[in-house]
Design a protein around this ligand. Structure first.
Ligand code: GTP
Ligand code: MG
Length: 238
């Protein structure tokens, strides 16, 4: 039952989400020229994402088996569409060159791990990044150091090996580890930004920032309650 919330991808691989008709003709032309190359990229990043997902599922299942405890509430994966890749490349002044994107854009494949408790966030992060087949490229701890708007999460950019018929390639995947409370906050923040098209009124932004504290308080309270019921620090991962 714990896998029922998993976002499944279709057998044909992820959609690119690109509508060539909406792009300027010269750009559309260049893009359709790199279409095959992009499909190869998408495939490789999808394989990497599946590798990451499997490694996390194995940690989860081992946990369930050993401790009868589920450290992951929700696991989601997403591939950046060609549309948003083009937008990001433009924003960052990158050329329309997939080899440059491969080097510069590290969140083409993304995974989000949502846990009940803060300590599970860190435990899963540590178990996952300790593996010799996972190369840690960058870690951003927005839990210890929240963003100025109040955003919290633990981000890790890793590279995982993908074995193709032509040999092994290392592909980056961005993983976001967070609690349910952090996820709740981030989802609302996202909706509010969308609603105001990025120009969030100061009072709304202020209240959102205060809500971060409430999320932190709830996290602490739930963890204490959990520990009280279980009579100790709860099941340990190691
Ligand atoms: P991007 O160009 O947005 O990828 O930012 P970045 O490369 O500086 O990385 P960062 O770690 O700041 O953000 C990466 C991802 O974290 C974003 O794509 C979002 O999914 C998430 N994120 C970061 N900041 C916020 C935020 O303020 N609110 C929400 N809802 N999500 C955020
Ligand atoms: Mg990013």
């Amino acid at each position: 039952p714990h896998t029922s919330d998993l976002e499944r991808r279709g057998p044909g691989g992820p959609e690119t989400g690109l509508d060539l008709a909406t792009l300027p003709p010269d750009l559309a032309e260049r893009l359709s020229a790199i279409g095959g190359e992009f499909q190869q990229l998408t495939l490789e990043y999808d394989f990497a994402m599946r590798e990451v997902e499997t490694k996390l599922r194995i940690l989860q299942d081992e946990f369930l088996h050993l401790h009868d405890y589920n450290p992951i509430e929700h696991l989601a994966t997403r591939m950046k569409s060609l549309d948003s890749l083009v937008a990001k490349a433009r924003r960052r002044g990158l050329p329309l060159d997939l080899n440059v994107w491969r080097q510069e854009i590290t969140d083409i494949a993304g995974t989000r791990v949502t846990c009940s408790f803060r300590r599970d966030v860190y435990r899963l992060f540590e178990l996952f990044t300790d593996r010799p087949d996972v190369e840690v490229v960058q870690v951003k701890d927005y839990i210890a150091h929240p963003k100025t708007n109040g955003y919290t999460s633990l981000h890790a950019t890793v590279r995982v090996p993908v074995y193709l018929s032509t040999g092994m390639v290392r592909i980056p995947v961005e993983i976001q580890f967070r609690t349910i409370a952090m996820d709740f906050w981030a989802a609302l923040d996202h909706k509010i930004k969308y609603k105001y098209d990025g120009e969030v009124p100061a009072d709304v932004a202020g209240e959102l920032k205060e809500a971060t504290q409430s999320a932190l308080d709830l996290d602490r309270r739930m963890e204490r309650l959990h520990d009280r019921v279980h009579g100790d620090g709860g099941p340990t991962l190691l």
